[in-house]
Design a protein around this ligand. Structure first.
Ligand SMILES: *Cc1c(COP(=O)(O)O)cnc(C)c1O
Length: 388
């Protein structure tokens, strides 16, 4: 059997932590906690409901929220859809204005385009040279009819961290709502929704060592009366998101978020050390540079652009699992919209890789990756060119 490549794509997804798997498995079989959490009249349903509510508490605790402010969804994509479409739909009258950015995840970009098609005006903010959204740019973009600003906490390609507190203060002053996609931030950045001026926040379990197919939307008190459900049928989740609750998925997300809270400081320190071990030898290579702010960032995610003619990413493919979406959007093979918004051309985007580290990355993995990347630089054809 072929050896599997080294895993450097934690920003795309994470494996489910074994401790989380144990929790999930107990919610499946006849001897386990398989009841319908909505079956309040018998013990099976009541036990499932307790698991769901415990998980809600675990998720809320990691981000400084109240458990009743957490709404279960199928993932951050759905949370983003619920936030944007739900707020747009709850308004009386048509039109209005939304502010977002050019470097959001596709789950925001495509949803905001959908709003545009339905008659909402959208301002697409460009990042600064550091890959950050300047709070002043948000202030300048606000209009009288702006009802929602949606910006991400941590950029999935760059690892840069927006100052959503400064942005939130500006948005509050104006009266609009602020939605933050925090799929890449939870468990990596200390989030405190009790103090942060944020109204809606999206989370995903599978970026935090939980299962795929489950996520949550934080709905703060200012947002609650201004949000319309997008999925109807049964009135689950306070009417905001119908559908039988997936106990095993929810319990898994809860366990994963609790683990993230418990290991937060140790894990951050460890990833920081590993990142330095990776970066030092790579930055010593001629012309290698990091995309996005060197300081306002998480250590987990690195976007690196290599010198023209000196790097052959194809030579790495079988040995390191890194992100190609950083170089191109895998579905349509166009250069990354994030790198283009940062001013890269298609060729530079083609010489860019995203390496992301996580809970199971070891020093040996790092040293091996450095060796392989150096070798890929050595094997680059003299006139290696990307097709745009
Ligand atoms: C992964 C991700 C999403 C999508 O989350 P899913 O749970 O996979 O739907 C949305 N936004 C960002 C920033 C992400 O990294």
């Amino acid at each position: 059997m072929n050896k599997r490549p080294l895993y450097f794509d934690y920003a795309a997804t994470t494996p489910v932590d074994e401790r989380v798997i144990q929790v999930m498995v107990r919610c499946l079989g006849f001897d386990g906690n398989f009841g319908n959490p909505a079956s309040s009249s018998h013990a099976f349903g009541q036990e499932a409901r307790r698991s769901v509510e415990r998980a809600r508490q675990q998720v809320a605790e990691l981000v400084g929220a109240q458990s009743e402010q957490i709404v279960w969804t199928s993932g951050a994509t759905e949370s983003n859809n619920l936030a944007l479409k739900g707020v747009a739909q709850a308004r009386s009258g048509s039109g209005g204005h939304v502010i977002t950015s050019l470097i959001e995840h596709k789950a925001i970009l495509d949803t905001a385009r959908q709003l545009e098609d339905s008659g909402v005006a959208v301002t697409w903010l460009a990042p600064d040279a550091e890959g950050l959204i300047n709070p002043q740019a948000v202030r300048e973009a606000l209009r009288e009819d702006t009802f929602l600003v949606s910006l991400m906490l941590v950029n999935n390609e760059l690892g840069t961290v927006n100052d959503v507190v400064a942005i939130g203060e500006i948005v509050r002053e104006h009266g609009a709502l602020l939605h933050v996609d925090a799929a890449q931030g939870s468990g990596k950045v200390k989030i405190d929704l009790a103090r942060w001026p944020v109204d809606l926040m999206s989370f995903s379990a599978h970026k935090v060592y939980g299962p795929k197919g489950i996520g949550a939307l934080y709905v703060g008190e200012r947002a609650r009366p201004r949000l319309s459900a997008q999925i109807h049928g049964g009135g689950h989740e306070g009417g905001l998101r119908s559908g039988t609750l997936a106990t095993h998925q929810i319990a898994g997300m809860g366990a994963a978020f609790e683990l993230a809270a418990q290991s937060f400081d140790d894990e951050l320190a460890k990833i920081d050390r590993l990142r330095n071990r990776l970066l030092e030898p790579l930055l010593a290579l001629p012309g290698v540079r990091i995309n996005g702010s060197a300081t306002q960032r998480i250590p987990h995610t690195l976007s690196l652009t290599f010198n023209e003619g000196e790097f052959n990413p194809a030579a790495l493919g079988a040995s390191i699992a890194f992100s190609a979406t950083s170089a191109c959007n895998s579905a349509n093979n166009t250069p990354s919209h994030v790198l283009l918004a940062l001013g890269h051309d298609a060729r530079a985007a083609g010489r860019t890789i995203r390496l992301s580290l996580g809970r199971f990355t070891s020093e040996q993995d790092i040293d091996e990756a450095v060796r392989l990347i150096k070798a890929a630089c050595a094997t680059a054809p003299a006139f290696w060119v990307t097709t745009p």
